[in-house]
Design a protein around this ligand. Structure first.
Ligand code: ZN
Length: 303
């Protein structure tokens, strides 16, 4: 029933709205995840207003639009989202929006699908955690610059210059990350986390990645999953496992207990930012800061 009311609210609001920017002629942009909010701010700078729906620590798999979000979406000139069913519960809202004045833009559409990791857990049939491949995030940046430039041609040079600067920072990030990971022996590259957010990271940097909850947090881990993973940790002499900031830590603590009950020890190596960045205003509150923080945390704990 609540969903029906929400969809009705979108329909009514769209009928009443003429979708013009309301603030000094700046484009009003709505983004979903914190990674996209940071990206769009980097490209749009002072020439746009950005409204991110999800905050730090928010799980995009479970996130539902509030009525306040609907107002933001209706007032937006452009909506950017990840796509590939990452924002599983927003898809219906976006489909409704798309039928009216504007079509929300799934940034993952910029990526060649044949290079993605498949997944039966998502309606998209792909693993949506694509931002953990830096080269995919670069494609997001190029797409955002193109969309902003098209919609606001007088600032196109500005957006393109910002994109060029951001892409060069991402090049530097790639180099930093690679040299840090090279200090970790290949047989130590086993990453055990709360859910399978790091498959693209693993593929890029040679980590075996095991998530306790599978690829979406929508399904909870069972007792058997915990026991199997505890055995895996013992067999592979994994010395650290990781909490994720957007997933409750109890499942990883249960895993640590299960390893202990079998007479072994595994430490909790720290908290990784998987599906959301750290708090706004901190280093981990940016995509680049988050990536470096994660890599440092992983490498230092697994060494
Ligand atoms: Zn996830």
């Amino acid at each position: 029933m609540k969903k029906i009311i929400l969809l009705l609210a979108i329909t009514l609001a769209l009928g009443a709205c003429n979708s013009k920017s309301k603030d000094n002629g700046k484009l009003n942009i709505v983004t979903t995840t914190t990674m996209l909010t940071d990206l769009v701010k980097n490209i749009g700078g002072d020439s746009i207003n950005v409204n991110g729906l999800m905050g730090s620590g928010v799980d995009p798999h479970l996130y539902k639009a509030s009525e306040g979000d609907v107002t933001k979406l209706v007032d937006a000139d452009i909506i950017f989202f990840n796509g590939l069913h990452l924002e599983g519960k927003l898809v219906e809202v976006f489909e409704k929006m798309g039928s009216k004045t504007k079509t929300p833009i799934a940034l993952a559409d910029a990526i060649d699908k044949s290079t993605l990791i498949g997944s039966e857990y998502f309606a998209s049939n792909y693993d949506p955690h694509v931002w953990f491949n830096i080269s995919y995030f670069k494609q997001f940046a190029i797409k955002v610059a193109a969309v902003l430039s098209e919609k606001d041609a007088k600032n196109a040079d500005y957006y393109n210059a910002n994109a060029t600067a951001f892409l060069s920072k991402l090049d530097t990030l790639e180099n930093t990350v690679k040299s840090k990971i090279e200090t970790l022996p290949a047989d130590k590259r086993i990453l055990v986390t709360a859910h399978d957010a790091f498959n693209y990271f693993g593929k890029s940097y040679g980590f075996e990645v095991v998530g306790l909850q599978g690829i979406s947090t929508a399904t909870e881990a069972g007792v058997k999953d915990v026991q199997n993973l505890a055995n895996f940790i013992i067999e592979n002499k994994v010395n650290a496992i990781f909490i994720e900031s957007s997933v409750p830590k109890r499942t990883i603590e249960a895993l640590q207990e299960a390893v202990k009950s079998k007479g072994h020890d595994v430490q909790i190596g720290g908290t990784l930012y998987s599906d959301a960045l750290g708090s706004a205003g901190t280093i981990e509150g940016t995509y680049i800061g988050m990536f470096e923080y994660n890599v440092n945390t992983i490498v230092n704990a697994l060494k």
